[in-house]
Design a binder for this molecule. Structure first.
Ligand code: GLC
Length: 553
């Protein structure tokens, strides 16, 4: 084995070891009863999160938005969308979280605004070449009459990355760039006015007391000079994983922006933190985001996208600790979020499903739910023993699978519409949570409304049902988080252990951690005392698709 011992970086800042729980506000808890979750709903459930044992929450966007991309299309960065409540509701939620010792991170969407943002509306009315247009990326079209888009780039959600506007005099005019939906025009980050506006937005939320930001599409803000044509490799994923030189992903110029933001956060007390959503081809490149004067964390997507394969998993963990360690940053660990198939389903898929494509009624390779849940629980058991900071996505603590049978007429993800139904998109991981096995909308609200339909079989995943079952996923997560905290597993040294080729095994102090990724049991020996098992079993042989924490006599 190449390297036996690997350590987390030192430093006492909370974000180096925190377990951060992602709340997708639309689907968490709905106090108003309109079918869409809201801030008062979150406040009402903070005790449930406290008892789970997390350190912080990250909220996906709740700012003013026409909701064309579930809030990732922001029309006013300094206000709360009425769907979710008011600024006063936000302040109350923040205060209630802080009172429970839970930190709060909010989502910041700097790559693009909504087309309803006042700046974009002004840009549409203004002339080509005007300062209003210069806040976004407007260009003349190609072709004799500018009828062709300025280049061949394709939107992440499908179709061209350009949309043509009609000028104030009614004639067909310039084109604007949108990496995502046509309703999400990209800002021009070479424009100082844009930079100043975002410094001010950061301060707006920092002044209210937030502990940090999750930065949306952090790798997209700077586009290559001249906007050269680019045709992605067939194997590349649309968000930028997999390919080295993509003219709109991971350009060097982004780092100046995050150095600037680092300085803004440093003006505040309390270790405020930035976590980047940056999909990059390698961990080496990903680590550049978290050099000491840049962001504090970045999502470890190479880890998240690793298949259920022992060699691959060992390699990605080792490389993560090496690469992040080299720049003095903690590694982060994540298995699910609102953009990917839930890991209790994804880890048992038998056909490839690229990031963001989802699974629907007609998909091939649907996962076996029993194997999926076992692997999901085992993967989390392994993850929560790793040094660094871990992200959880709401509902994974219940073992929720991807909702795979959502009928077409309920679909909401722009991916579904822009790909003409070829890609199901991300609705399947965004379905409102089941809180109670009986009751309206499984306790999501008291009216029964739900913006996406909840599968009938979700009664068995409801939080109140799992509370009372000792072996439920909820109680597994609680046990893992309690032991992780007691044993300070978020920091310290990991010692790799020699083991079966189809297992991943390491030691954290006297605690042994092992996951069995094969389809046969692995005998651990007579002297083991289990601390946590990802599934109930008797004897000392670790079943397939199972993980355990144990000590030896
Ligand atoms: C990020 C978000 C995703 C959103 C996209 C555009 O990838 O996580 O949900 O659609 O950015 O803002």
């Amino acid at each position: 084995m190449a390297q036996l011992e690997q350590s987390a970086t030192s430093g006492s800042e909370w974000w180096r070891s925190a377990v951060i729980y992602q709340i997708y506000p639309r689907s968490f808890a709905d106090a108003s009863g309109d079918g869409i979750g809201d801030l008062p709903g979150i406040t009402s459930r903070l005790d449930d999160l406290k008892s789970l044992g997390i350190d912080a929450i990250w909220l996906s966007p709740f700012m003013t938005s026409p909701q064309k991309d579930a809030g990732y299309d922001v029309a006013d960065y300094r206000d709360v969308d009425p769907l979710f409540g008011t600024l006063a509701d936000f302040d109350a939620m923040l205060q209630a979280a802080h009172a429970r010792g839970i930190r709060v991170i909010v989502d910041l969407v700097p790559n693009h605004s909504s087309d309803q943002h006042v700046w974009f509306q002004q840009a549409l009315k203004a002339a080509p070449g005007s300062p209003e247009r210069a806040r976004y990326i407007f260009r003349d079209g190609r072709g004799e009459n500018g009828e062709l888009p300025p280049n061949n780039w394709e939107s992440v959600f499908g179709g061209s990355m350009w949309e043509r506007v009609t000028e104030a005099d009614g004639t067909p005019g310039q084109w604007y760039l949108h990496i995502f939906d046509v309703s999400q025009p990209d800002f021009d980050w070479t424009n100082e006015e844009v930079r100043e506006e975002f410094r001010s937005i950061l301060r707006f939320w920092l002044d209210r007391g937030v502990d940090g930001f999750r930065v949306d599409v952090a790798h997209g803000l700077i586009k290559a000079e001249g906007l050269p044509d680019y045709t992605p490799d067939a194997s590349a994923d649309s968000m930028g994983g997999g390919e080295e030189d993509v003219p709109y992903w991971g350009q060097d110029g982004v780092h100046d922006i995050y150095r600037d933001w680092h300085r803004v956060l440093a003006e505040y007390d309390g270790d405020r933190a930035l976590c980047g959503e940056a999909w990059l081809p390698t961990l080496q490149r990903t680590a550049l985001w978290v050099r000491p004067d840049e962001m504090h964390q970045t999502f470890n997507f190479p880890y998240m996208m690793t298949a259920w394969d022992a060699d691959a998993l060992r390699d990605v963990i080792r490389e993560s600790l090496d690469e992040f360690g080299r720049v003095g940053a903690p590694s982060t660990w994540v298995l699910s979020n609102h953009d990917v198939i839930r890991h209790a389903s994804r880890l048992a898929l038998t056909a490839d499903s690229p990031q963001g494509d989802g699974i629907g009624p007609r998909s091939a390779g649907k996962p076996d739910p029993v194997i999926g849940l076992s692997r999901g629980r085992a993967a989390t058991t392994l993850m929560l023993a790793l040094p660094g900071s871990a992200y959880l996505y709401q509902g994974e603590e219940l073992g929720l699978p991807e909702a795979m049978e959502i009928p077409d007429e309920f679909r909401q993800d722009p991916t579904w519409f822009r790909s003409n139904g070829e890609r199901y998109g991300r609705d399947g991981c965004r379905v409102p949570l089941p809180w109670t096995a009986s009751g309206t909308a499984f306790g999501f609200n008291d009216t029964g409304a739900s913006w996406l339909p909840q599968p009938a079989e979700w009664a068995r995943f409801a939080r109140d049902a799992e509370e009372t079952q000792p072996d439920s996923t909820l109680n597994l997560y609680r046990a893992l988080l309690t032991e992780r905290r007691a044993r300070k597993l978020g920091t310290g040294t990991l010692v790799w252990e020699d083991t079966d080729a189809s297992a991943v095994a390491f030691r954290r102090g006297d605690l042994h951690v092992i996951a069995n990724l094969s389809d046969a049991p692995i005998e651990l020996g007579e002297d083991v005392t289990f601390v946590i098992r990802s599934e109930p079993f008797t004897g000392t042989a670790l079943p397939a698709n199972t993980a355990a924490w144990f000590t030896r006599a």
